[in-house]
Design a binder for this molecule. Structure first.
Ligand code: 13P
Ligand code: SF4
Length: 353
């Protein structure tokens, strides 16, 4: 097969970055999709935002901006392009639409969901507000627009504790990730409860009795990826590699984050590896990101438990990203009355800095 010079150049670029983590035949195959995406992106005045969990060939070839949820929300808020292609999951693309009602926002796959976002509905939030009148509601950005519309302020894994502290309230409803809530409750010195809303009312479950500065009301949503990591994973790897530095995303359980050396958003983990001199790291997060960090830090060894790939992030491929630009599919829409309310909650978070 003959390949043109741009495809050859793209293949060489990807090979230089990724030869240790992606098979050569895959890079050859994917290079031509990347070239065509970049050509169409310019022709259509589009910007591509790529979450840190994108697969390595896509991550290193087509996004104009890469980052965690917070960084990509900021990029979505400031773009002047006509089209935003979101290489991430649906709640992220919805956030871009909430911030840009007049732009076309595309997601390459309609199946890119999230177990956290689907763990709670707007009706659940209304029921919690009725039960705890006046208590401010913080929702993780990993929620759909109608849930964001019911809340006072959003947060991401990169600013959750700061957002909670910014409210100056002793009681806070924090939704929907149980583990993130428990990690933030520990960080902000709050006692956490998990109310049951199903009649007949059951007593609230009490956890984490720490020195109290207030109360956090949580929900039992879980990330289907991060809930799989255990303290035993850390013990096992430390036994084999005593010098390993362990990084865990705050969607992991509080036991896991407590046993890790560092816990932070995907972008914070990337910075931590870049700025730390240790030779070896264990990444307890989605495994494509491990490949991406390994590619960017060839002098450091990245250990990862790669049985755990987010099936939703995995939906986003170079092939579907190309189709998305060619066919203007799948267009993300948010009803205006929901968007306006959700916007307040996202904008309030972005204003915190
Ligand atoms: P970050 O905001 O840390 O990138 O996390 C997003 C996510 O979905 C983690 O599972
Ligand atoms: Fe959702 Fe977890 Fe996948 Fe992130 S890794 S998109 S939180 S299911």
């Amino acid at each position: 097969m003959t390949i043109d010079t741009s495809t050859e150049a793209m293949y060489e670029k990807l090979k230089a970055m990724l030869s240790e983590v992606v098979p050569d035949v895959e890079l050859q195959y994917k290079a031509r999709f990347a070239v065509e995406i970049n050509r169409l992106k310019a022709e259509r005045n589009a910007v591509i935002l790529g979450h840190n969990y994108m697969e390595p060939a896509l991550y290193h070839s087509v996004p104009d901006f890469r980052g965690d949820s917070l960084e990509l929300s900021r990029k979505a808020a400031s773009t002047d392009k006509d089209i935003i292609v979101f290489c991430g999951v649906r709640f992220m693309a919805e956030t871009a639409k909430i911030l840009n009602p007049d732009k076309t926002v595309l997601i390459p796959s309609p199946r890119a969901g999230c177990s956290l976002a689907s763990s709670i509905t707007a009706a659940d939030v209304r029921a919690l507000k009725a039960r705890y009148p006046g208590v401010p509601v913080v929702t993780y950005i990993n929620t759909y627009a109608d849930v964001k519309a019911e809340t006072d302020i959003c947060c991401t894994s990169g600013n959750a504790a700061k957002v909670v502290e910014s409210l100056g309230a002793s009681s806070v409803i924090f939704l929907p990730d149980e583990y993130l809530a428990r990690n933030v409750a520990r960080e902000t010195g709050r006692h956490i409860i998990f109310p049951s809303l199903t009649p007949p009312a059951q007593p609230d479950t009490e956890l984490d009795i720490t020195p109290l500065r207030g109360e956090m009301i949580g929900w039992r949503g879980r990330c289907e990826v991060h809930e799989k990591y255990t303290v035993q994973d850390i013990i096992d790897v430390r036994e084999q590699y005593p010098d390993v530095v362990v990084l865990a995303h705050p969607e992991c359980s509080p036991e896991v984050t407590a046993a890790a050396d560092f816990s932070g958003s995907t972008a914070a983990m990337i910075r931590y590896v870049e700025q730390t001199r240790a030779p070896r790291y264990l990444l307890l997060t989605e495994c494509s990101m491990g490949d991406n960090i390994a590619a960017a830090n060839p002098d450091k060894e990245m250990l990862r438990l790669c049985s755990v790939r987010c099936p939703h992030m995995n939906e986003i491929t170079l092939q579907d990203t190309l189709k998305s630009l060619q066919l203007t599919r799948y267009v993300v829409e948010v009803p205006e009355e929901i968007r306006v309310k959700a916007y307040r909650s996202v904008q309030r978070m972005l204003a915190i800095g």
